[in-house]
Design a protein around this ligand. Structure first.
Ligand code: 5GP
Length: 190
């Protein structure tokens, strides 16, 4: 998505070669019109995979997941929780992953009643880096017996290998902006 690449170049900040800060339009502040445009583009890419539900992780995945769902006939969105509130029962699917930005292990949890074996799941997140979050979401979906039909992120850092790991599972993976490398503050897109 050309407009996204331009926005990343204008507003993004590289933190070394591994982390990109995009707090002005995805991760802290949200550009709502642009969010809607991105949701529309995700819907265009994945409509043919006929997803019935979007699965994401709190917190930064939620906005883009809802934007995409709105353009996929308002299919439901489920966001995996990182904390276990008192209101969450014991009947949960859970999967652990290593946080890329925090370096710690976190557990994602989804109440069992929210995903069924008949669901065709589209995984949506803000970033696809090493693939830990996406693989944990894939694990949760498959525990429910659902089929994962697609996986996307606003920004994919291809060189960190996550997209390849998910693609190997037979999933259609396509992100809106794919970064080949970040070097000396310069971003190269695929
Ligand atoms: P992965 O699990 O694929 O290694 O990393 C994906 C998760 O880590 C995303 O949910 C995202 O929140 C976070 N993340 C990964 N890389 C970046 C990055 O460059 N910038 C920001 N802001 N978050 C990232």
């Amino acid at each position: 998505m050309k407009a996204l690449e331009e926005k990343i170049v204008k507003q993004g900040t590289c933190i070394g070669s591994e982390v990109l800060k995009v707090d002005t339009f995805i991760n802290h502040g949200i550009d709502t019109k642009f969010l809607d445009d991105m949701g529309k583009e995700i819907a265009r890419i994945f409509a043919g995979d006929e997803p019935t539900k979007i699965l994401t992780a709190e917190a930064s995945g939620i906005a883009i997941a809802v934007a995409a769902a709105n353009h996929l006939n308002y299919i439901p969105v489920v966001f995996a929780k990182k904390n276990k509130p008192n209101t969450m029962g014991l009947d949960v699917y859970e999967s652990s992953a290593k946080s890329f930005t925090k370096g710690s292990i976190f557990t994602l949890r989804v109440t069992k009643e929210l995903i069924s074996k008949d669901d065709r799941i589209l995984i949506v997140d803000d970033f696809l880096a090493h693939g830990q979050a996406a693989l944990a979401l894939y694990d949760i979906a498959t525990q429910a017996g659902a089929k994962v039909v697609g996986c996307t992120a606003v920004i994919e850092k291809k060189y960190q290998g996550g997209s390849e790991r998910v693609r190997k599972l037979g999933v259609h993976v396509q992100s809106l902006a794919v970064i080949e490398k970040m070097e000396d503050g310069k971003i190269t897109f695929e």
